[in-house]
Ligand binder design. Structure first.
Ligand code: ADP
Ligand code: MG
Length: 582
């Protein structure tokens, strides 16, 4: 074999290799250019994307501009105007690595035309495949115009990894949207192949979030404002009824920087867990403010992931803040803006087994896609012996509709109600010495981040009292040998990995210094949530009535473990008032 020659790579090749790390696709080039515009104090940014951004990306801003004598420096590696000391802490600007322009210049044909307020005219400079041209006078307004053409023409291997023009164009638009969330005071306009895709004036944060999420979401967004020590969380979150198949309608902004941080995403998921079905994603725009020294943005070249000095505090901030915003005040009746009920299909149905004669006719549940409701005109005889009355229908597979003896209409949230019942059962067993454990035939291995696994194991003794037997299974895994018997009654088996991961998050939220009592309380609530009937499960009449009877026999049944109401009652008087009869 011939000896291989060890040699240093030529600088243009080094630049092209490095360019691939920062600029892996057109969306990344767009993001870097728009961030530069924002750092330059632009009030208006116009972006044009042609051919998915592979052909051309143009970003025009009205910011401070680059002086003619600085232009060549701006496209050199590690040249930046944004670090005043040599420390990488306290990063206040979006850029600071001085890598974007040289990377784009190495990977594509880049032209910069820029003019400062002081300059009599603009100056232009081009870089093609890393080869820097001469600075020439040019025509142009104050601000900067950056044009990127033929991305990856100099590295055809990279170009092959790009997806379709359409996909790249969509990714570029998504990148601009994320920045638009982060900088609502700045006007943005985007054209894709000449068509206007986005046209936003400078506006308030709330108006911007509503504009970006669109009119169908705007009415369902709840404001959020929460503080914890020197951390702050603001924003808008969608109510539980607003959900998506993907997390694409989640905007996360930390100190003005759009991020895709896994910790924040998981905290958001946990915050919604009790009110949203597994596999659905909330709509949310979260703005986190955190002291600059408590967060490291220099983990990742694109700066999308962060390292927090105190991850538990950040988790707690997000989970606490979002849950607070979602809380429905007890006793308040929300009237849906659009009718949720379809007119019932009045079809004769066989009487379900176990349903009392007398109200069966009224209770017949004619299935329609969104609701199965038949109004009960009068309370049925025999329905009046119990406070919550007799079940007449299940609405949206989530609420039990009942009519009480005095004619009141009762709506029960089946998950919230069942959760409270399980909670009380667990608490009673706990007071009596410990929760009965049901050994699993096959122990379940639950994988999770090593810090979370350690946190679960640190609470093994607490969990054992709650009937949950866990042991270590190497770093990043926990072995579950038994679960509380209450949770596994009948054929139903709780989602053990989901349960253990939630407990870990919950422990993280509270931090280490928590009393045993509080810890038990917290874990009981979590277990109850997991062991309970979910929203979205269809119940038969017998199950619904059993739920109502158990609620009547259970203390504190009017609110769930999270303090939300388990049922709403509309009396004859309420109904008369609402219909303007009185
Ligand atoms: P960084 O943003 O990390 O400093 P870049 O390579 O993106 O690195 O930009 C290099 C420098 O060029 C910036 O520090 C800034 O001084 C200047 N610059 C780039 N784009 C603009 C712009 N749109 N307006 C004003 N100055 C800019
Ligand atoms: Mg930059």
């Amino acid at each position: 074999m011939p000896a291989s020659v060890l040699r240093l790579l030529p600088p243009t090749l080094i630049d092209r290799i490095a360019a691939g790390e920062v600029i892996e696709r057109p969306a990344a080039a767009l993001k870097e250019l728009v961030e530069n515009a924002l750092d330059a104090g632009a009030r208006r940014i116009e972006v044009a994307v042609d051919g998915g951004g592979i052909e051309r990306i143009e970003v025009v801003d009205d910011g401070a501009g680059i002086a003619a004598e600085d232009l060549r420096l701006a496209v050199q590696r590690h040249a930046t105007s944004k670090l005043d000391d040599d420390q990488l802490v306290r990063i206040g600007t979006l850029g600071f690595r001085g890598e974007a322009l040289p990377s784009i210049g190495a990977a594509a044909r880049l032209s910069l035309i820029s003019r400062t307020r002081e300059a009599a005219h603009a100056s232009a400079l081009s870089v093609e495949g890393g080869v820097v041209g001469e600075v020439t006078p040019a025509a142009g307004e104050v601000g900067t115009r950056a044009i990127v053409r033929d991305l990856f023409f100099s590295t055809p291997a990279r170009r092959k990894f790009l997806k379709s023009v359409r996909t790249e164009g969509e990714a570029a638009e998504a990148a601009l949207r994320r920045l638009a969330f982060a900088a609502p005071e700045v006007a943005f306009r985007l054209t894709r192949d000449g068509r206007v895709a986005l046209d936003l004036p400078g506006q308030s944060r709330e108006a911007r979030v509503k504009a970006l999420f669109g009119p169908d979401c705007a009415g369902q967004l709840l404001p959020l404002a929460h503080a914890r020590g020197d951390l702050r969380l603001d924003g808008l979150v969608g109510g539980p009824a607003l959900h998506r198949a993907s997390a694409s309608a989640q905007a996360l902004v930390v100190n003005g920087r759009p991020v895709a941080d896994p910790l924040l995403k998981s905290a958001l998921r946990v915050a919604y867990r009790d009110v949203m079905e597994v596999g659905r994603h909330a709509v949310a725009a979260l703005y986190v403010r955190i002291p600059a020294e408590a967060v490291d943005v220099n983990v990742h070249p694109a700066k999308a992931e962060l390292r927090f000095a105190d991850p538990d505090a950040v988790r707690a901030l997000v989970i606490g803040g979002v849950r607070q915003a979602l809380a429905v005040p007890a006793g308040r009746v929300f009237m849906p803006a659009r009718p949720q009920f379809r007119p019932p299909a009045m079809m004769p149905q066989p009487r379900p087994p176990g349903m009392a004669a007398g109200f069966a006719e009224a209770a017949l549940l004619a299935p329609t896609p969104s609701a199965r409701v038949v109004a009960a005109a009068e309370p049925a005889p025999g329905a009046g012996e119990h406070g919550l009355g007799a079940a007449v229908a299940q609405v949206l597979d989530t609420y039990v509709l009942a009519v009480a003896a005095d004619g009141s209409l009762v709506l029960v949230d089946q998950h919230a109600a069942h959760e409270r019942l399980t909670h009380e059962k667990l608490a009673t067993e706990l007071r009596a010495g410990g929760v009965a454990m049901q050994a699993l035939l096959l122990p379940v291995v639950v994988e999770m981040a090593p810090d979370l696994a350690a946190r679960v194991l640190a609470q093994a003794a607490v969990l054992a009292r709650l009937g949950l037997e866990v042991e270590g299974f190497g770093p990043g895994a926990v072995l579950v040998r038994g679960v509380p018997a209450v949770l596994s009654d009948g054929a139903r088996m709780p989602d053990v990995p989901g349960l253990v991961r939630d407990l870990a998050e919950e422990f993280a939220e509270e931090g280490a210094a928590v009393s045993l009592e509080r810890r038990l309380d917290q874990a009981v609530a979590r277990l109850a949530c997991h062991g309970s009937v979910r929203a979205g499960r269809r119940l038969n009449a017998a199950e619904m009535n059993a739920l109502l009877r158990q609620m009547e026999a259970t203390p504190r049944a009017a609110t769930c473990s999270h303090g939300r109401p388990t049922y709403l009652k509309l009396s004859r008087g309420d109904l008369e008032r609402m219909f303007g009869r009185k």
